[in-house]
Design a protein around this ligand. Structure first.
Ligand SMILES: NC(=O)c1ccc[n+]([C@@H]2O[C@H](COP(=O)([O-])OP(=O)(O)OC[C@H]3O[C@@H](n4cnc5c(N)ncnc54)[C@H](O)[C@@H]3O)[C@@H](O)[C@H]2O)c1
Length: 445
């Protein structure tokens, strides 16, 4: 029966369901619609469904023209319930995979959505899990659920894992031009999945099982976590030394054309991937009496960075003739990543929380993408970024280096600036005002 689905894919007649219409699901849905497939999206967040129904695109990386084309041509519909999933032949699951407060994997979103799909999906459909997760999730958790119908994988239904590689804010690589990896529960599952994924990717790389595909994704993200932890450690050492600039050293190391890839220090990682994924593998490893010390250390070490930035701020304030309660601190850039509107796990928000707990009297923030930050008993509202605000702030901290900022202007009117991103690199005046992470006593020679 896989022949029927195969034929439908060939003729672009296979109906596609996307569960979870966030940073991963919406771009994928629009990409399939752009290629002529009928796509139905499901998201429990009614606000997102309402926006789609009002033809309002809420993901910056999705091209508006493509979004409107998909909706206006009835190629993309969406609902906050699973009813229409009964009509779909291929379903992609793109729901969140966070960690619990104790840093253990939380796959309840996967299991809840899989359960809803399971209740409705017809025989001979294909289910592709895209949410990042630990090796074994697809085969040990999702597969048994569908087999509890008495169905056999590879015969009565098809199941694969295909990790998502979307990099929000990346101007070069997007869902459409990034190779995709896929591993199915059986060879037939892999081939069917590759066939449909081929429609939206330049290249599909098939692996022998969902486990390999799950591990592959964790390797990608843990590679970044470990390397960022490494440069963060060296940045802290450079601060201690006081006379070595880590940024200059990395720039020099990057002139080596082989065997080196630059990673940069920063105020912490944030987001929904690199900060979380090490904990997924760490947890899964324990089942095998294996402790991924190195990986866990990198995650912990990166999570220390907002505390380090707090200490940098407190040190600046300690040098002033004012008490913490009278200090004005301005945080610039509060989403987790440059030019991206996503605030999840943002280090800036953690830094604000830590400064608030230190008793800093007046903490202001500015971000082109955020209006409010709710923390404990307090709501912080975005401030207008102007000369007055900069002049009144005892310490200004660049946490997320959005391109919209005029760093020369910020530096000109700031009393003292903590630059955690080397955003002021190209500015040649007033360097003595800057505390640069990884080069705290930096001065232009
Ligand atoms: N954001 C990225 O850059 C990125 C990149 C690669 C991989 N991933 C992975 O992809 C997955 C999704 O991430 P995201 O950033 O798109 O998350 P997101 O929060 O932006 O989107 C997930 C959506 O799923 C919806 N949802 C939750 N439970 C649901 C359910 N039971 N049924 C239907 N909808 C439900 C939420 O309302 C939300 O809109 C995660 O595993 C993440 O690690 C994300």
């Amino acid at each position: 029966m896989s022949e029927v689905l195969r034929e439908k894919i060939k003729q672009k007649k296979a109906k596609i369901g996307i569960i979870g219409l966030g940073y991963v699901g919406l771009p994928l849905a629009i990409e399939f619609a752009r290629k002529g497939y009928h796509v139905h999206g499901v998201d429990l967040d009614q606000a997102k469904i309402k926006l789609i129904q009002q033809k309002k695109n809420y993901i910056k990386d999705v091209i508006n023209k493509d979004f409107l084309y998909a909706i206006n041509n009835n190629l993309f519909t969406a609902s906050d319930n699973y009813e229409k999933i009964a009509d779909q032949e291929i379903v992609f699951i793109c729901v969140p995979t966070p960690v619990t407060d104790n840093k253990t994997p939380d796959i309840t979103y996967i299991m809840n959505s899989a359960q809803e799909v399971f209740k409705r999906i017809k025989k001979h459909s294909l289910i592709v899990l895209k949410s990042t997760t630990f090796p074994g999730t697809t085969e040990d958790y999702v597969q048994p659920l569908f087999e509890s119908k008495g169905w056999k994988v590879g015969k009565d239904f098809y199941l694969s894992f295909s990790p998502e590689r979307v990099d929000p804010g990346n101007k070069v690589y997007n869902t459409g031009n990034t190779p995709i990896v896929v591993g199915g529960a059986t060879r037939k599952c892999t081939e069917l999945s590759a066939m449909i994924l081929q429609e939206v990717a330049t290249k599909v790389h098939m692996v022998s099982s969902p486990r390999v595909a799950e591990m592959e994704k964790l390797i990608e993200n843990i590679f970044r976590s470990v390397n960022i932890a490494l440069v963060n450690e060296i940045a802290r050492l450079c601060d201690r030394m006081g006379n070595v600039n880590i940024w200059e050293a990395i720039e020099a190391a990057a002139t080596k054309p082989f065997g080196f890839m630059p990673f940069y220090p920063g105020p912490g990682i944030g987001g929904h991937c690199i900060q979380i994924d090490p904990y997924y593998l760490d947890w899964a490893a324990k089942k095998y009496d294996f402790h991924t010390k190195f990986i866990e250390l990198s995650a912990e070490s990166n999570e220390e960075m907002p505390f380090y930035v707090r200490d940098m701020v407190m040190k600046e304030i300690a040098n002033l003739p004012i008490k913490a309660k009278d200090a004005n601190v301005l945080i610039l850039g509060t989403t987790f990543k440059k030019d991206v509107e996503d605030p999840r796990n943002s280090p800036a928000i953690k830094i604000i929380e830590l400064l608030y707990k230190e008793g800093i009297g007046n903490i202001n923030f500015h971000d082109p993408f955020m209006r409010t930050i709710r923390l404990m008993d307090k709501i912080f509202r975005v401030q207008e970024l102007n000369e007055k605000l900069l002049k009144e702030s005892d310490v200004t901290v660049i946490v997320t280096d959005h391109s919209a900022y005029d760093y020369e202007w910020i530096l000109a009117f700031s009393k003292r600036l903590i630059d955690t991103r080397n955003a002021t690199k190209k500015i040649r005046n007033n360097r003595e005002k800057i505390s640069l992470l990884g080069a705290s006593t930096y001065k232009v020679s």
